[in-house]
Design a protein around this ligand. Structure first.
Ligand code: BTN
Length: 337
């Protein structure tokens, strides 16, 4: 399959005879025809002529593994891909695969999620073709404390990848949302399986709103969610955003996260924070809410809050609520996607 698709791509818009394709890929002409039919089913537009052969005129619109891997500059991440046109949740599928032994760097991606999961048990709206909905299986040999850094790492790398491909830089809303002009563009959901002192696997789920126009979001998200296309000043490509993220994340994962050298990552998160300096409340569940001014990020990604009494509290995780009486917050909206 790869050979035939590659030959058609190299000669994009030109006819290639069935005979030539058969010879190049070492199969029969009937075999070529079968594979062409399969490529058409995947969404590739291939014209055929009895005299001239086959001509590729459009790639599949889907984020199919053939497309993701074409030009992907990674060593391991995304070399194994599970693609589904529709799935309930890529995180759920990735967890099953990880449980069955899928190796580190395995990518699970879908065009449509019927039950996309957000943080705190929320849903994640994931319509077909509009975003990049994926989960990466990781098997880091780090402590549970150090693991918290994985989501901030992903947020930083994604902000940079969006800057490189779309020419604008989203801010990081603690703990790990990407926002631009007050609208949420991307969310990260890391799920972990392990023992207190040994991580079995982490499923890092990321949803990026890419092609949405305002009316593509459900009414309850209309004021809160945004997409890359709404702010991008250049033509946008889901494939390029994903490939850039995967390549940069693989490097940062090994060089910063695994080696425990998170200083530059945290420095970037501070410089591009949508949270620091604001008056916020953090709901940690079980009725525990801390309020104060968000003052700093710790090296493990935790948030330092300055409370009314002038003391400081370190918060590892929770649901951030921006307080309406914070001067910068008046023009901002909530955070449900
Ligand atoms: C958040 O609430 O901000 C986290 C959203 C994470 C959504 C992504 S989409 C791909 C992956 N699969 C899921 O079911 N959720 C994550």
């Amino acid at each position: 399959m790869d050979n035939i698709l590659q030959a058609l791509k190299t000669h994009f818009g030109e006819y290639l005879s069935g005979e030539k394709l058969a010879k190049n890929s070492g199969i029969t002409r009937a075999g070529v025809w079968k594979q062409i039919e399969h490529l058409r089913e995947l969404g590739y537009t291939i014209e055929s002529s009895p005299r001239h052969g086959y001509k590729l005129t459009a790639l599949t619109p889907d984020l199919h593994p053939y497309e993701i891997q074409d030009g992907l500059a990674t060593h391991v991440f995304g070399k194994e891909i599970f693609f589904q046109k529709e799935v309930d949740s890529t995180n759920r599928l990735a967890r099953n695969l990880a449980y069955q032994g899928a190796r580190e760097g395995t990518l699970v991606i879908a065009e449509n999620q019927t039950q996309g999961k957000g943080r705190m048990g929320r849903r994640w709206d994931s319509k077909p073709g509009l975003g990049v909905w994926f989960s990466l299986i990781l098997r880091p040999q780090v402590s549970m404390e150090a693991l918290a850094g994985i989501t901030i790492l992903a947020a930083v790398v994604l902000s940079k990848a969006i800057d490189a491909t779309c020419r604008f830089r989203p801010e990081i809303k603690w703990p790990n949302d990407l926002v631009f002009q007050g609208r949420k563009l991307a969310g990260i959901l890391a799920e972990v399986s392990g023992e207190i002192d040994r991580i079995h696997y982490v499923v890092l789920g990321i949803g990026i709103n890419v092609n949405h126009r305002a009316d593509d979001f459900p009414p309850d998200l209309a004021e809160k969610a945004g997409s890359l296309a709404q702010s991008c000043t250049v033509g946008i490509s889901r494939k390029l955003v994903l490939q850039t993220f995967l390549a940069d994340f693989e490097k940062a994962y090994h060089n910063s996260f695994i080696l425990g050298r998170m200083d530059e990552i945290i420095a970037f998160a501070k410089e591009n924070s949508a949270t620091l300096g604001k008056r916020v409340s953090v709901d940690q569940g079980f009725g525990k809410v801390h309020s104060g001014v968000a003052r700093d990020l710790d090296n493990d990604g935790s948030l330092w809050l300055e409370t009314a009494s002038g003391g400081r509290v370190k918060i590892h995780s929770g649901e951030l609520i921006e307080n309406a009486n914070s001067p910068k917050l008046a023009e901002r909206t909530g955070d449900r996607q």
